[in-house]
Design a protein around this ligand. Structure first.
Ligand code: NAD
Length: 299
């Protein structure tokens, strides 16, 4: 399995006793409970295979996104299967969605749409040639992209929102609860409950053209959320998703991290702050204050 590409499904590191995939830094027991991910020091399991060797010289900004944003967004675009000269709608212009629009444009998509409501995020995407849609209302997003694609809808939709979607109150509760409810209880909730936060996914299902592809990079946790299967079957929708298979995409990405900087990684961070300021930076990111799109912590 490992050699075929879906590294996040690695058969050596799966959490078999929980029936879940490969371990993730900073997640619950379901995903191995490996601490860290965003810490000054962390233990690196499989230290002989996981680290990525990068050239000496350029600032960290150039390579740091190889651990998350770049492979996640690259996978989202690969899974979207945008045909030559095709179109794609990216829902959510946070770091993942923003980077997905850049990659789609770089790989030759003819029309790249991006929907969000945060002014700074829309402005960043617009500046790089994305046709931005300043709303997250399903009806408005769907009609905007249909109007621009001869009534059909885009060939692909990338959902870069996940459970944080605007649209329903229940997941806010689930998210807030993660901070205060003991891990064991929250683990159960994530396995058996629905989070009723499918606003972005439902927009994707409506917006995509018949026979098109939806690529999910947004993380969904609730196990019982209903999907409109009749609509999906009728529209012959193809759906691809999953945790980023980081190493699968590193050889494709490294050659793009040059002085020419085609994906604009050098200026991707909006804020550089010392570790001591991390709590405030996290707060600003969550509240989307002070133009915070991506923060780099300097230990
Ligand atoms: N698959 C993976 O391996 C992987 C890796 C990293 C992140 N992720 C997930 O990707 C998702 C995006 O990450 P991020 O850091 O860019 O998040 P983010 O929260 O910064 O960005 C999400 C954006 O979506 C917008 N939004 C909310 N509801 C919307 C709607 N209905 N339609 C359109 N836009 C809407 C928000 O305004 C926000 O700007 C998250 O779910 C994250 O957990 C997945």
């Amino acid at each position: 399995m490992f050699s075929r590409g879906p590294f996040a499904q690695c058969e050596t590191t799966q959490n078999r006793e929980k029936g879940f995939g490969a371990s993730l830094f900073g997640y619950t027991k379901l995903y191995g409970q490996v601490p860290g991910g965003q810490a000054e020091y962390l233990r690196v399991p499989f230290g002989n295979t996981l680290p990525i060797k990068v050239p000496e010289g350029p600032a960290d900004d150039r390579f740091v996104y190889l651990s998350d944003v770049l492979p996640t967004a690259w996978q989202a675009v690969q899974y979207a299967g945008i045909p030559k000269d095709g179109s794609v709608l990216v829902l959510g212009l946070g770091p993942i969605g923003d980077m997905a629009t850049r990659i789609a444009l770089h790989l030759g998509a003819k029309q790249v749409f991006g929907a969000d409501v945060v002014p700074e995020r829309l402005a960043r995407a617009r500046a790089r040639g994305v046709a931005v849609i300043d709303t997250t209302e399903q009806e408005d997003v769907v009609s905007a992209v249909r109007d621009a694609t001869g009534g059909r809808g885009p060939d692909a939709v990338i959902d870069a929102v996940g459970m944080e979607a605007h649209g329903s109150p229940l997941a806010t509760l689930a998210q807030k609860a993660t901070a205060v409810v003991p891990d064991a209880i929250m683990e159960k909730v994530m396995q058996v409950a629905g989070v009723d936060r499918l606003a972005a996914l439902n927009t994707a299902i409506e917006a995509v053209r018949r026979g098109g592809t939806i690529s999910l990079s947004g993380v969904y946790g609730g196990a019982t959320d209903p999907l409109p299967l009749m609509r999906m079957f009728d529209k012959q929708i193809q759906l691809r998703m999953g945790q980023a298979n980081v190493w699968r995409w590193v050889p494709d990405l490294l050659p793009l991290l040059t002085d020419e900087d085609p994906l604009g990684v050098d200026g991707f961070a909006t804020h550089h702050v010392p570790l001591d300021d991390a709590p405030q930076a996290y707060m600003n990111f969550r509240e989307k204050k002070e133009g915070t799109v991506k923060v780099l912590l300097k230990p």
